[in-house]
Each structure stands twice: as C-alpha cells, then as structure tokens.
Design a protein around this ligand. Structure first.
Ligand code: SF4
Ligand code: SF4
Length: 200
C-alpha cells in the first residue's frame, strides 16, 4: 500500500511534455530572434504597458512562463491577443528584450495550433487589414461600422460618432493613398511567405 513506484507510462508522458516545451521555447527564440533568458524579471515592461490593466498575465509573467516552457498557459492567454505592439515595454527594458516580437511569434503559433483568438480581437484585426488593403490606410468609419455589424453590437459607441465627425477625427468617406499598388504588393508578398511557412 502507498507504493511510491512511478508507472513507466507516466515517466514517458513527463519526458514527452518536457521535450515539447523545450522545443517550443527554442522555436520562439529562433522565430522571434529574442533570447528569453535575457529577461531578468525586473517588471519594467509590466509597469509601463498601457494594456496591462486588461491582461490575464502581465508581460513580465509571459516572459517567465516562456522561460519555464509553459506552452498551454501562454498560448491560451488573453495577453498575447491584447498586446498592441506599442513597443513601450521594449523601449523601457534594461535588457532590450523585444517583447512585441515575442508576442507576435506567440500569436502566430497559437493560430497555427488552432487556438481560437479572442473573437472580437480577430474580427477587429481582419477588418483593419481589409481596410488597409482596400484603401492603403485605415478607413475608420468603415472599420467601426463593419465591427459593430459583424459583432452584433449595432449601437456600440454610437454617441461618439457625431462628435468625432464634427472634430474631423473620422470622415464619412474613405481616402485612398496614391500608391495603393505598393500596399497590395506587401499583402501579396506576405501571403506568399505564409504559404512557404515563413514569418518574417
Ligand atoms: S523589462 Fe525586460 S528584463 Fe524586465 S521583466 Fe520585462 S522583459 Fe524582462
Ligand atoms: S508592446 Fe504589447 S506588451 Fe509591450 S507595452 Fe505595448 S501592449 Fe504592452
């Protein structure tokens, strides 16, 4: 009774998990070009992040989880989808850890593994890219209306519209940039790189 014998199958599972998490960390290091070991957990990134208030794990915690190879927790976190790539953390980091690049790599990996992102974040991202592809820049009014219609929140922020229009923060019609072809070329090249399995 109370035997401390560890089943062989359990040992195999632990060893497989360990190998998987090490290879995940190595992949993130290679794809992002950032060495997670450079982070010494000072927390300056979390203190300066403008979106930290809504994150489930602080940027510093994401770095620690990465160092520990906590694959599932990282890939299911909201934080990786909330990061807006503002680079505040990168500019404050005493070790020059490029956290925004790490976040990008984690998002791509989450998509590859079929972990659904926050639906509304994905919808916003898709509409944003559609707008840039169409007009070469963001058409805010189209983005807002598209987002409200597709997310079913028809009257979201509706009271802000008139004031923004009056103050010329948004316009009723889109403005195309002159060289729309160059933007289209960037999108086409990116699609091609995705097909070839590249990220950079
Ligand atoms: S600021 Fe840099 S070193 Fe400090 S916790 Fe964040 S990533 Fe790590
Ligand atoms: S890049 Fe992302 S993690 Fe870094 S400060 Fe900005 S929102 Fe926060």
């Amino acid at each position: 009774m109370g035997s401390k014998t560890v089943k062989k199958s359990n040992l195999v599972n632990i060893s497989t998990l360990f190998t998987e998490s090490r290879s995940f960390v190595a992949m993130v290091r290679q794809e992002s070009g950032v060495d997670e070991k450079d982070c010494y957990q000072c927390g300056k990134c979390s203190a300066g992040c403008p979106l930290a208030f809504d994150m489930d794990y602080m940027p510093r915690e994401i770095m620690r989880m990465l160092q520990l190879g906590m694959v599932d927790d990282i890939l299911h976190s909201h934080t990786i989808w909330l990061c807006s790539h503002c680079i505040t953390c990168y500019s404050r980091c005493p070790r020059s850890v490029d956290l925004p690049r790490i976040m990008d790599t984690l998002r791509l990996e989450a998509i590859k593994r079929g972990h659904a992102p926050e639906k509304q974040i994905k919808l916003f991202g898709d509409l944003f890219l559609w707008s840039v592809r169409q007009f070469g820049r963001v058409f805010e009014m189209g983005l807002i209306m598209g987002f409200n219609l597709k997310s079913g929140q028809f009257f979201k922020d509706i009271m802000l519209g008139p004031a923004m229009l009056l103050n010329r923060k948004i316009s009723l019609l889109p403005h195309k940039i002159a060289d729309g072809g160059a933007v289209k070329e960037i999108f086409d090249r990116t699609k091609e790189m995705e097909r070839e399995g590249g990220h950079s």
